[in-house]
Ligand binder design. Structure first.
Ligand code: BGC
Length: 704
């Protein structure tokens, strides 16, 4: 057997076996040097440092490095962006970097990773990225991003893990342990409530405390508990204070309430008042000292003390020493691991592409389909997200070549197909999408040219498969029922098109499920109306305009009712609900049992059910478990995701699924008690295949 085939089997086996991670057993990373030992070492170094050396350390250097202290043998530490693999830069802001690695793998974007609902893939994905950091000598990965999808128009949704805090948290804890097991520090970003890129430094997120805990910090908490060693604060103000210099955000919320003890850094050029930065609990101003440029006058006037600076320096040193980041050197022999990374990237795309519609079982295209036309936007171009998280990749597979591999002679490609070509095809594959980016938001509605193109093709030939490449939801209302199939392919990285082609041919049975709700109209969204009156979206970095733009409020009036929590509360039917995704096979759910009808808050409740593949094809299902509080002091969502499990079944095969629930899964955040509270009373356990396709229910009662 060829080596590459063997590697593929091994990787797939690893992925399959890891599907078995039992619930409630949370992955936790332990650094090579303990926090206590590292902080003793840091104390010693701080004592040896001059004031100037200390001051130099609290700001970055050359945009992506920490400062070196050569006198004490402390080297500079390198960072890079993370989103869809590692962003290798050879220059930025007139700084030229020596290329350390010839290439990095373009992975699917995190929203696609979230669509896999596969914890072990999150771990594999991050492990692969960590290995590439190691190859490049990068000690700190500036990711994962995990801001909640509140607004479908947010330009950075592709970098995040969707709308549900439990799903995001589950993926993040595995991401963190996978990444950090390679000795690469994970940076959880952007803390906090950074949910739009429309003039992001000026959008003041007005959020209540309960929503902060239940929705916006939940994935951060999971990352922290899993051992993440860095956090990046966000551009936006939260309730009137810029996050990177807010004592509430950093000291109270992040450090005291969420228990984070390692390195905190600012986002790039995001803080303004040195005194506030230093007092907030912030450690490191990136990309260099700007707000904290003039520290000496602050010290002389006793506005800050040397103890403040010592604390910052100590936090930076403790973190980097505990992870042995000072020892990290490029190791390009690790290029030998890249083929495995490509396999992980491909497997992620296979599991994360979501089949939204498949009328008349158009897909997979069967042998009767002799004449397939490929047309549209991303035929020869790889759609990817833009901004700091962009990744070029290598050996990209285009949709043209991937479909040619699957269908050979049957495929005709015409970017601007004639009406007759479209009409006469047995099936049309129509590629459309949006190129989302950091720095701005983009409309939920597609441009007229794209909309017209889809209508044109759909009117001529209903046997159309629309393949959507986008980082977020788009408006499909006008045409979704005029085409027979829709594949939501997000940004799939360098091999994403291969996964799409394999799904279209039936080699792969789709198993992705939406990590977001796709609304019918943007007016339905909880975020509707966030753009200040009279303004419109822009499509550029617009940094100068941002500087001049006044701070404006983005009130999170919906509170905890974000995503499906909102649509269910308002009884708004979305176009495609959270958790939804079709398969080429079907699954039945039966025998739902709970370990006890009434349980105490200190007990773990075990939920068991049976799932059977009732179709003719092997396929993977993601069982979703939601909890509904029947009666509560505070308004609570109609249901909330609290467990899921993904597994593959052969035709006719059944599996006993076990999901465990603990007190936290029944709790809400009490702003009065400043803690999680589980109220005694009745709850309903709902189990299903999506948030709206609930197959089984059971009532349980919680006592104290
Ligand atoms: C982004 C961060 C990124 C940083 C460094 C900023 O523009 O918001 O996510 O890590 O740049 O590239």
């Amino acid at each position: 057997m060829k080596n590459s085939a063997l590697t593929l089997i091994l990787v797939l086996l690893m992925i399959a076996c890891k599907n078995e991670i039992p619930q409630k057993e949370k992955p936790v990373f332990t650094p090579p040097v303990s926090y206590e030992t590292a902080s003793l070492w840091a104390d010693t170094i701080v004592n040896l440092m001059t004031l100037d050396e200390k001051i130099s350390l609290i700001g970055g250097n050359r945009i992506f490095f920490t400062n070196a202290i050569p006198r004490l043998g402390i080297p500079a530490v390198m960072m890079t962006d993370a989103t869809q693999g590692i962003h290798l830069r050879d220059h930025f802001h007139e700084i030229v970097y020596e290329p350390v690695l010839p290439k990095s793998t373009a992975f699917p974007s995190p929203i696609l990773l979230a669509s896999t609902w596969n914890r072990s893939l999150a771990e594999q994905y991050a492990h692969s990225i960590g290995e590439e950091c190691k190859a490049a000598g990068i000690a700190v990965l500036l990711g994962p991003g995990m801001n909640i999808y509140r607004i479908s128009q947010c330009g950075r949704n592709f970098e995040y893990f969707g709308e549900d805090p439990y799903l995001a948290a589950s993926m993040i804890e595995n991401y963190v342990t996978g990444l950090q097991s390679t000795g690469t520090i994970a940076t959880l970003k952007h803390f906090v409530a950074n949910n739009t890129d429309f003039f992001r430094r000026k959008s003041n997120s007005v959020v209540d405390e309960r929503s902060l805990h239940e929705i916006y910090t939940r994935a951060f908490k999971a990352g922290i508990d899993a051992g993440a060693m860095a956090v990046m604060t966000s551009y936006n103000p939260l309730n009137g204070e810029w996050c990177g210099q807010s004592r509430y955000v950093i000291d109270t919320l992040l450090r005291q309430q969420l228990g984070f003890k390692w390195l905190v850094m600012t986002d790039w050029w995001s803080v303004y008042d040195g005194e506030q930065v230093i007092e907030s609990g912030q450690d490191l101003e990136m990309p260099y000292r700007l707000a904290t440029e003039n520290i000496k006058p602050l010290l002389d006037s006793h506005k800050i003390t040397v103890e403040h600076i010592n604390r910052m320096v100590k936090s930076i040193l403790t973190t980097l020493y505990a992870m042995k980041s000072f020892d990290r050197k490029p190791d390009i022999s690790l290029l030998s691991t890249f083929p495995q990374h490509e396999e992980v990237a491909l497997q992620t795309a296979r599991e994360g592409v979501v089949l939204l519609r498949n009328e008349n079982q158009l897909l997979p295209l069967n042998d009767n389909v002799k004449n397939i036309l490929l047309t549209g936007q991303f035929v020869d171009e790889i759609a990817r997200g833009g901004g700091s998280g962009t990744v070029e990749g290598y050996n990209p597979v285009t949709l043209r070549s991937a479909l040619q591999d699957e269908f050979g002679e049957k495929l005709t490609v015409s970017k601007k197909a004639k009406a007759e070509q479209i009409r006469s095809a047995d099936a049309v594959i129509l590629s459309i999408g949006t190129l989302d980016s950091e720095g701005w938001d983009r409309p939920f509605d597609l441009p007229d040219t794209t909309e017209n193109m889809i209508m044109h093709v759909a009117n001529l030939n209903p046997h159309t498969v629309v393949v959507v490449n986008s980082g977020s939801g788009i408006n499909m209302s006008a045409w979704h029922d005029k085409v027979e199939a829709i594949l939501y392919a997000w940004y799939g990285g360098q091999n994403g098109a291969k996964a799409v082609a394999e799904i279209i041919s039936g080699k792969v049975n789709p198993s992705g499920k939406l990590p977001v709700t796709i609304e019918k109209d943007f007016k339905d969204s909880p975020g509707y109306g966030y753009i200040p009156a009279g303004e419109t979206l822009y499509n550029d970095w617009n940094e100068e305009a941002e500087k001049l733009h006044p701070v404006f409020d983005v009130p999170y009036n919906e509170g905890v009712f974000v995503g499906y929590r909102w649509y269910e509360k308002k009884a708004i039917v979305p176009l495609y609900p959270f958790g939804f995704g079709l398969s080429y096979t079907s699954f039945s759910y039966s025998n739902l049992k709970v370990s006890s009808r009434s349980f105490r808050a200190d007990e773990v409740l075990t939920v068991v059910l049976t799932v059977t593949n009732t179709g003719k094809t092997t396929g993977s299902e993601t069982v979703q478990l939601y909890v509904a509080d029947q009666d509560s002091k505070y308004p609570r969502p109609a249901k909330e995701l609290k467990g899921f499990e993904k597994f593959s079944l052969n035709p006719g095969e059944s599996k006993k699924v076990v999901i465990k629930l603990d007190k936290k899964d029944f709790s809400y955040w009490s702003p009065e008690k400043k803690d999680w509270v589980a109220e005694p009373g009745k709850f309903t356990i709902l189990v299903g295949s999506s948030s709206t396709d609930i197959r089984l229910k059971k009532e349980v009662e919680l006592s104290l």
